[in-house]
Design a protein around this ligand. Sequence first.
Ligand SMILES: Cc1ncc(COP(=O)(O)O)c(C=O)c1O
Length: 495
Amino acid sequence: MDERQRSTPYLDALAAYARRDPARLHVPGHKGGQGADEGLIAAIGERALSMDVPALTHGIDVGVEPTPFEQAQELAAQAWGARRTWFLINGASQGNIAAGLALAHRGSEVVVQRNAHSSTIDSLVLSGMRPTFAAPELDEQLGIAHCLTPETLADRLDQTPAAVGAWVISPTYFGAVADIRGLAAVAHERGVPLIVDEAWGAHMAFSDALPEHALSAGADLVISSTHKIVGSLTQSAMLHLGRDAGELIGQDTVDRAVTLTESTSPNSLLFASLDAARRQAAVHGGELLARTTAALARARQQIAEIDGLDVLDERMAGRPGVFAYDPLRLAVDVRGVAASGYELAPLLREIGDINLELYGENVLVAVFGMGERDLGEAARLVEALAEAARRVGREPEGERVRFAAPPPWGELAMTPREAYLGRQEVVPADAAVGRIAAESLATYPPGIPNVLPGERLSAETLAYIRSTLEQGGSVRGASDRRLRTVRVVVETPAG
Ligand SMILES: Cc1ncc(COP(=O)(O)O)c(C=O)c1O
């Protein structure tokens, strides 16, 4: 490790500015806390408010180069092994949007993994790109989607000769990691960059015991939700350009896309938290991850011993769409107890104030951070799960297999952007069959789109979404979250 990784230039410059009591003749109007509401001061403290300063503050973002802001991003690029890294203040969502805008400079078609996050779809709307979707592998037992295989990507790219990029997700919410080397080889053989939404995998760069992370496996542009597991403040994230991206994606193009998608008043506390989280990960990541993964392995074992429960773990590696498994998620298979994940999640809240990241019919997901000092929360989860399983009892049929694979997605009749911006009307859901959707309908969790703007709606898909709602799920993107109505495109008759 380079000794400079022990420093936090941006955080230090910010703290120094706050300490020296400057005349703050700039925004924000709370003036380092003096003008803030007393409730806010009591809640977050004067120190935090004193470090809330605008961009372009001399000695932090501007002045002698490289500025602390530039140094902090360079250290992040070094820590993750990127050619260049951008700090983001609107989450990995901003990273996805910027990635799409950058890609759109190369052409207008792109191959996208279907279970993309909603921000990837928003990026298609904003960039105007025409997607060819690639289906991830479905785990029919667990009723969840895993990753995309290199074979599927090759097939979709070959079907889409004008594609200018391939966009995949790894790891998934559930911890499945894709064969990024294989996917990168497929993309590069066809002369296109591989974009990896690694929102859930920022920690993987810091331990050899974890699956290889996307940048080291050959990805060209990597979207990283640093706040999720590495532990920077919510909303902070990074976008990394691969070392060998070469001419496949231009640095300047990405830079402009990042600028276009961010506020001109980025929050300095978010940037400082990225700088600090990078230091912690680079300096202590290995040991923190070793401790966390060992504690989670113990918790997994205890959960698997509870009657009716099982866990997802490295045994999944090798299944279709699961190249490796990221153990930083604790995913619990609840098919053996007489309650679905939708029913167990509120029960766990009631029993032990357990608040999960995600729950679906068959799987609950608890997320752990790489730097957690006290892994007592894993013990609380185990205890509450044991009590919940005891209360609901075993599934009488042994193991519930109620998985209904989502129906095939509809034909893309126009681009997501055309549909989003086109003339629209709201119609009763039954009358929407055969119409072109103007909105996304993504059953949630985990937010995988069943319908995207520009696709024709089928009766089957609408029935599938309705049944998810009846089971306690929700639908994201829909203007009517109960799906009584759907927003569709008004098609003008040809000729
Ligand atoms: C795969 C994936 N990409 C992107 C995002 C967006 O991340 P953020 O919330 O940091 O904007 C998420 C959020 O859950 C995600 O799961």
